[in-house]
Write a new protein. Sequence first.
Length: 364
Amino acid sequence: MADELPPLEAEIRRRIAIAGPMSVGQYMTLCLTHPQHGYYMTRDPFGAAGDFTTAPEISQMFGELLGLWAASVWLQMDSPENVRLVELGPGRGSMMLDALRAVQVVAGFRKAVVVHMVEISPVLEQRQRQALTGVDVPVGWHRTLDEVPEGPLIILANEFFDALPVQQAVMCADGWHERVVKVGDDGKLQFSNARDPIPLFEQMLPATVRDAPIGAIFEWRADQTALELGRRIVRANGAALVIDYGHTRSAIGDTLQAVGTHDFADPLLSPGLVDLTAHVDFQALAQAAESMGARTHGPIEQSVLLRRLGIGDRAHALKMAAPHKSAEIDAALARLISEEATGMGRLFKAIGLSYPRLGPLPGF
Ligand code: SAH
């Protein structure tokens, strides 16, 4: 049977047969970034023909405003002669392209900037290289933030942290057990709980989550990027703007979700063929950066940030320049700042992080 399975599912079953049930975190890591069969490693998932659409793909305004955000933060930082503009998980490269075009108005910043793209997927790196052909600032690629050279930096990340694997634990009568993926009696992949409780888990939980009822699920990320981000912006002076969907305070809940061709799917069906994400816990993200000495700004809703950064004026200017595109621009604007319960403007949050002496960041 294993021969007929999609390759990543066969690999996951092989590992479970050898080592026993695997953690949700390990499952998610394999699904997204297995070197040959991981979701991001093999495809360009964005756009109308892909699985999902992100803010930079909806409108150029998003990247432009973030570029101007970075330029004004650079001015606040006393305009260091060299600054790394780092993007984590740059997708198709659209956001950086739009950002660099917009910052042409701040000549000093353009001169100071070296762009560093942090991208794990060779396919998307190629896509980004194509997108940025012809930009007149130096651009380099890295697999992790650690690889970016030390020095003053400004970090941008849109829909990056949701793609990092989460671990899950389930509250049971005898304490918290790690949630795992196993092969069920019916031969299908299914969720289960590890046999033994996780020692001392309760003590690591945020206070708001400690009295969770039986059956509650808590998620956390073991990934070190938030710590590294905090360390870097404190050590060499810098700031970061992280935008993603998630909750402002740590909370219980299973937010692991699979999306394929613009629709929700079962996270255990088709491993490697659909996108897997989980909400970002902004409190945990802030605490990780603060533990390295960083200062937190926000989080605030995306709609609030984009309005304060002037998305209304930008949309107006674009419509004046191209009246035949007015309806399209208005639709994109409405989508980015929609405050309906399921609207992007509301679901997505923005958090700023900086070295302690840096004053209020633009938009916060
Ligand atoms: N920021 C883009 C893409 C978001 S999708 C946008 O808004 O359109 C997530 C991006 O992060 C993809 O480029 C994906 O390949 C990359 N990625 C996922 N996991 C990663 C990891 N562990 N390290 C570096 N990049 C990663």
